[in-house]
Design a protein around this ligand. Structure first.
Ligand code: HEC
Ligand code: HEC
Ligand code: HEC
Ligand code: HEC
Length: 396
């Protein structure tokens, strides 16, 4: 190499170095500082990858008043919506149709007929009506009992469904194919999927969204070995964190102060919101979706490969936004979804509802129980039902 060629090579190398250091993602970035200066608590958004929050459809019409004849007086068999006015009931049915029934449904299934037999609106001969009843309860429960997460913004069927019968982002249990490889069980590692940011981390973080699997990396006690977490648990936790970040379209420092990922005091409030979100998702899946396992038809793509229904995770609502739909609330036009209907009265509700290791009683959250070992879906259901049954018969 001549001196000149060496000089050129050196210049070329020093010119490409900043490019390499800038990371793999080229293109314009937007940086917002959230925490104290120097703590590196900032959000870096790649503007080329930023997604549009979407615009919710307008309500079929506006409700002027909630007064008037109660729906129950005309439809005595209503289980959830009996206490609202006939007018409001009709509006909600119209909005639900727009949110959930796909535009390309078969002619005989279009509109109201997706859930109803037009000859007998009260009947439950279509499985979709049974599912919708549970979904109504789930939506009311989220809006009333999980305001630590959804605040006053709340959710409607549209937050998840967006005009699809089956929400686009869902999950179900996967067969454990790893066990059969000659290299033993690799626990979902080194099989990069988008959910964990194409990293080599364990690739099924969804199993954290049902049951009470512990989320932690840092030991909780002084002596190693005295806390029930191991390296595998740590790797799974990081896989979950990648999943959560991707679902919201944010970086780790949206919730954490990188000085200590464990410390709540120096974290952003969003970490607490997320903590409640994880428990909210577990409850939605365990109490309202998993019990529909036998309701869904087996051959229509409504059940996953292990036979469990398609469930919710953060992405189902968030869809790469830190607040779903950019934080727009649709509850003002659909107030019945923001209150608990008759189904929740003492007569129909179980003494306590159990999900994700939390016992919820009339007075609030009573305490944690080890309910679910995050095994298979059916084991989870049996366990939840067993604990429920034991609660229904008070000892002594
Ligand atoms: C996604 C499913 C779904 C769609 C679509 C739907 N409904 Fe419903 N409908 C329900 C559920 C669930 C109930 C029961 C609610 C309850 O018990 O509180 C119900 C109840 C009713 C009832 C009361 C029946 C009775 O006598 O008990 C009427 C009337 C009704 N719907 C009308 C409509 C109309 C009109 C449309 C179309 C504009 C429609 N529904 C679309 C799910 C649906
Ligand atoms: C938190 C997310 C979420 C919300 C909110 C939600 N759903 Fe669902 N819904 C789901 C998921 C996930 C499925 C898919 C279950 C499956 O296929 O196994 C589903 C399935 C359904 C189905 C079955 C459709 C079919 O063709 O099989 C109906 C009907 C339905 N939802 C109605 C509603 C109604 C009505 C509301 C509002 C009152 C609502 N959902 C709110 C998540 C949600
Ligand atoms: C949307 C908020 C949010 C984002 C974004 C997020 N986390 Fe977390 N993280 C949490 C919450 C909440 C917990 C505690 C979960 C629990 O206890 O159930 C947690 C726990 C952790 C822990 C366990 C700490 C301990 O207690 O042992 C680590 C490590 C961690 N996160 C790392 C990360 C990394 C790395 C990223 C980015 C890839 C990230 N987190 C992104 C909310 C978030
Ligand atoms: C049923 C729909 C739904 C699901 C599922 C859901 N969220 Fe949310 N989340 C919301 C709504 C609605 C808000 C907006 C509340 C508000 O207006 O402040 C929100 C807000 C948040 C925020 C605060 C954002 C901010 O800008 O302050 C965080 C963090 C968050 N969610 C994390 C999560 C995580 C993590 C999960 C999964 C474990 C999750 N969410 C699942 C509906 C949902």
């Amino acid at each position: 190499m001549t001196r000149e060629a060496r000089r050129r090579a050196a210049i070329a190398a020093s010119a490409t170095l900043p490019l390499l250091l800038a990371g793999c993602e080229l293109g314009p970035k937007e940086t917002t500082q959230y925490g104290p200066r120097g703590a590196a608590m900032e959000q870096v958004v790649n503007l080329n990858l930023k997604q549009d929050p979407g615009v919710p459809p307008p309500s079929a019409y506006q409700l002027d008043t909630r007064e008037g004849q109660r729906a129950r007086e005309i439809y005595p068999e209503l289980k959830v919506l009996g206490d609202i006015s006939v007018e409001e009931f009709g509006l909600l049915m119209a909005n639900i149709t727009a949110w959930v029934v796909p535009a390309d449904a078969a002619p005989s299934e279009q509109g109201c007929n997706y859930c109803h037999n037009p000859e007998n609106m009260a009947s439950y001969e279509k499985y979709t009506k049974t599912v919708a009843l549970s979904m109504l309860k789930m939506t009311q429960n989220i809006n009333v009992n999980w305001q630590q997460h959804v605040k006053q913004t709340g959710v409607t069927c549209y937050t998840c469904h967006r005009g699809n019968a089956v929400p686009q982002y869902n999950w179900s249990f996967k067969p454990d194919e790893d066990q059969t490889t000659i290299l033993g069980n690799k626990q979902g590692q080194n099989t990069p999927v988008q959910a964990v940011g194409w990293s080599s981390l364990p690739n099924d973080p969804n199993s954290y969204f049902l049951g009470d699997r512990e989320i932690k990396v840092v030991g909780r006690a002084l002596h190693p070995g005295s806390t029930p977490n191991d390296l595998k648990g740590a790797e799974h936790t990081y896989g979950l964190m990648m999943r959560i970040s991707g679902a919201l379209g944010v970086n780790c420092t949206f919730c954490h102060n990188a000085q200590s990922f464990q410390d709540w005091d120096i974290s952003r409030l969003q970490k607490q919101t997320a903590w409640h979100g994880i428990r909210m998702v577990r409850e939605a899946n365990a109490d309202y979706i998993q019990p529909l396992q036998t309701t869904f038809p087996a051959n229509m793509g409504r059940l996953g490969p292990m036979g469990d229904p398609l469930k919710v995770n953060c992405q189902t609502c968030h869809q790469a936004q830190s607040k779903p739909l950019g934080g727009i609330s649709m509850l003002a036009d659909n107030p019945a979804l923001a209150e608990l209907g008759a189904w929740h009265s003492a007569a129909s509700a179980p003494d306590a509802v159990i999900a994700g290791g939390i016992v919820r009683t009339a007075d609030g959250i009573a305490g944690a129980v080890a309910v679910v070992p995050a095994a298979t879906a059916s084991a989870v259901v049996e366990k939840v039902q067993a604990v429920r049954a034991s609660l229904a018969t008070p000892a002594g």
